[in-house]
Design a protein around this ligand. Structure first.
Ligand code: HEM
Length: 440
């Protein structure tokens, strides 16, 4: 209790019995999210995780989200110098605060503005067609891998003006190693145990610096990379923004699309209805963005997937000052996590919260901050419109060319840099006859 905040309560922490229940749930579901759900049920919307070396405050629910994203945001920092994310992204927009953040975001905004998206739609559809051309019937396809290939190519072609496709073989492992470096792990309780190999990170830097060098040598395009160069930033700062966009912009879309296919593979009726909607509503391709955006089930399936499996399932902050929320004291320097996952599965907000029911979004807007897959407030996701359009185009393009089969292997929610379906999303798919020869 401090004089400044009057009377505050002690932060709820799991007792041994609840801790054991959380551990059992975690082992049964193979995911720490199950433990979080147990804590949330037992302790409420504000609690502390109490592990050796890791005692963050966890907040859940729309009110808590509004506090973190809007009302209390001035007292919270994004940058946490002890985190691998900061070590990796250095001065990327995602790990800066205050004026530095706002200036970087302002620089990059035009490249992600809605009016640019129509230009990107062509790349999104073409790359999906190119990558899916090799899919054969009778062979299980791992949609997690396929979606990563597609998302990486879309991101680099649209925002960097250079398709990573030809270098995919060389860059695949470095991309995975970079993601592993920032994924939760032992480092949270033992900082020396950072994962990810230095070689992969160095390769990633070589790739990005080469891109910057080549672009400085010529062209006056209007991609994100061109905007950054034109703004006068030095190579290191540009590298930080490119790496931020590459990781934040492809790993999220990969996870979202992979979960969509996992859920469709588990719900054949919804898959069938969506396929019909897409094939009836669109012509031969998914490029008519206006029509695409008017397909209700397509939108609902994506929103419901984002609700159940938000790729970014929590936001992490550090208290810059002592603050109070809901009668609890949060001390300067403490890590504050707001859980998008718990908020979006809160039974107080959602009926049958663990069920996949796309129709729940029909004509209904959730309460503010009850659905927050793209965060909220002034630092919401800069790529939200991009990510939504990409998911729609990639999914519709695939449904126009393939019949989706059932999910062949169960998946669980793996907490990597994003929440992704593990060990992969194995589907059997059937190419339609129009896909066989000669088109495109
Ligand atoms: C399905 C796709 C996506 C999801 C679910 C998603 C989710 C999010 C969320 C929840 C946040 C806020 C995190 C917090 O409050 O701590 C965020 C921020 C951010 N996202 Fe996304 N994102 C997606 C796609 C993208 C794309 C395509 C890009 C870039 C092209 C991108 C770049 C960023 C950046 C740079 C930030 C930080 C913004 C800032 O601090 O000003 N994201 N994203």
């Amino acid at each position: 209790m401090t004089a400044e905040f009057g009377s505050t309560h002690a932060m709820p922490v799991a007792d041994p019995q609840l801790g054991l229940a959380a551990l059992q749930a975690m082992l049964a579901e193979r995911s720490p999210l199950a433990a979080l759900r147990v804590f949330h049920r037992g302790l409420g919307d504000v609690f502390r995780i109490n592990l050796p070396g890791f005692q963050p405050v966890v907040l859940a629910g729309p009110e808590a989200a509004r506090f973190v994203l809007v009302e209390g945001r001035a007292g919270l920092r994004w940058r946490n110098d002890g985190d691998p994310v900061t070590a990796l992204l250095r001065h990327g927009v995602l790990v800066e605060d205050g004026d530095t953040h706002d200036a970087l975001r302002g620089l990059m905004n035009p490249a992600l503005h809605r009016r640019m998206l129509v230009d990107y739609a062509g790349s999104m559809a073409r790359i999906t067609v190119e990558e899916s051309r090799a899919w054969r019937s009778g062979q299980p396809i791992d949609m997690l891998v396929e979606m990563r290939r597609i998302a990486l190519r879309i991101l680099t072609e649209t925002l960097f003006g250079a398709d990573i496709g030809p270098e995919m073989k060389r860059m695949w492992q470095p991309v995975l190693e970079t993601i592993a470096y920032i994924s939760p792990g032992l480092w949270m309780v033992w900082p020396q145990a950072r994962r990810g190999r230095k070689r992969g990170l160095a390769e990633m830097d070589r790739y990005l610096f080469a891109l910057i060098r080549e672009r400085r040598a010529g062209t006056d395009g209007d991609t994100l990379l061109d905007l950054l160069i034109a703004s006068g930033l030095d190579d290191d700062l540009i590298r930080d923004q490119l790496l931020t966009m590459l990781i934040a912009g492809h790993d999220t879309s990969t996870a979202l699309l992979a979960w969509v296919f996992a859920l469709l593979g588990q719900h054949p009726q919804i898959s069938q209805a969506l396929t019909e909607e897409v094939r009836t509503g669109l012509g031969a391709d998914a490029l008519d963005v206006e029509t695409l955006n008017r397909l209700p089930l397509l939108d609902q399936v994506i929103r419901e997937t984002l609700r159940l499996y938000p790729p970014i399932h929590l936001g992490s902050r550090v208290a810059a000052v002592d603050m109070e929320y809901a009668g609890y004291l949060i001390r300067v320097g403490e890590r504050v996590l707001y859980s998008i996952y718990l908020t979006q599965r809160d039974p107080a907000e959602w009926e049958a919260p663990d069920d996949f029911r796309p129709e729940r979004h029909a004509g209904k807007k959730p309460r503010p901050y009850a659905w927050l897959a793209f965060g909220g407030g002034p630092r919401n996701c800069i790529g939200a419109a991009f990510g939504l359009l990409e998911a729609k185009i990639v999914l519709a393009t695939i449904l126009l060319r393939f019949d989706l089969g059932q999910l062949l292997k169960p998946v669980y929610a793996h907490m990597g840099a994003t929440l992704e379906p593990s060990p992969g999303v194995y589907l059997e798919i059937q190419p339609l006859s129009v896909d066989s020869e000669g088109e495109k």
